[in-house]
Design a protein. Structure first.
Length: 225
């Protein structure tokens, strides 16, 4: 029985492979540096940035393999549908970078080199400009206040009196029992009045909670929890 191995790589040359993968690497690495430069929160991951570079090159390779063959495209979709990705993306912005390197990789793999370069540079510049001028920032800093009180007795009114004095607005978010019912924990979102510090709020609340723990978390809307 004759076995005929058919090499289908004639649809693209070695130069096409070298240019596509090299350009995908350079552009994806540049996007990775833009991500690193514009990252604000504390959950920076070197592994994630390296994955961006790998993903850009991988998508470029996949597009070279698929080419204009519809059968290969459907086979690829079926193969990738078996894979399950379970890592949670902490920021919506991270998803945008994933799609950006995928788009650049697709452009390189389909040999739209000018489109890949122009798109990567233009979108990266927009990202840097938004970072530099802090576009769409909400200049309102809120705090989360967690107060623990004994289950017996009415402490809610006393706590709210303090919040009225020190905050411009507050809202009860949750209330639950902890330590087997020995304490009740109440969580508020608040906005401190100008001229007041979190330490003053902690001291005032501590006087109304029978010495139980009081926690004020500032900047929770800009920090990964």
């Amino acid at each position: 029985m004759n076995v005929d191995f058919q090499d289908l790589s004639g649809t693209f040359s070695m130069a096409d492979i070298a240019i596509a993968l090299s350009l995908a690497f350079v552009l994806s690495a540049g996007i990775g540096w833009v991500y690193r430069f514009t990252h604000r929160n504390i959950s920076y991951s070197q592994s994630y940035v390296q994955t961006l570079v790998i993903l850009g090159m991988l998508i470029s390779l996949i597009m070279l393999v698929v080419g204009s063959n519809i059968a290969r495209a459907f086979a690829l979709v079926g193969a990738l549908s078996v894979v399950r990705f379970r890592n949670a993306i902490k920021e919506t912005r991270d998803v945008g970078f994933i799609f950006l390197v995928m788009g650049v990789g697709m452009a390189c793999g389909t040999r739209f080199y000018t489109l890949a370069v122009v798109a990567a540079v233009a979108i990266s510049l927009i990202i840097v400009v938004m970072y530099r001028f802090n576009w769409f920032a909400l200049n309102v800093q809120r705090q989360v206040v967690k107060v623990q009180v004994p289950p017996d007795g009415s402490y809610t009114d006393a706590i709210q009196d303090v919040l009225v004095r020190y905050t411009t607005e507050f809202e009860l978010v949750s209330m639950e029992t902890i330590r087997g019912g020995a304490l009740t924990e109440m969580m508020y979102t608040v906005r401190l009045k100008k001229g007041h510090e979190p330490g003053e709020l902690i001291t005032a609340l501590g006087e109304r909670t029978a010495g139980q723990r009081v926690t004020v978390l500032t900047g929770y809307d800009q920090t990964d929890l």
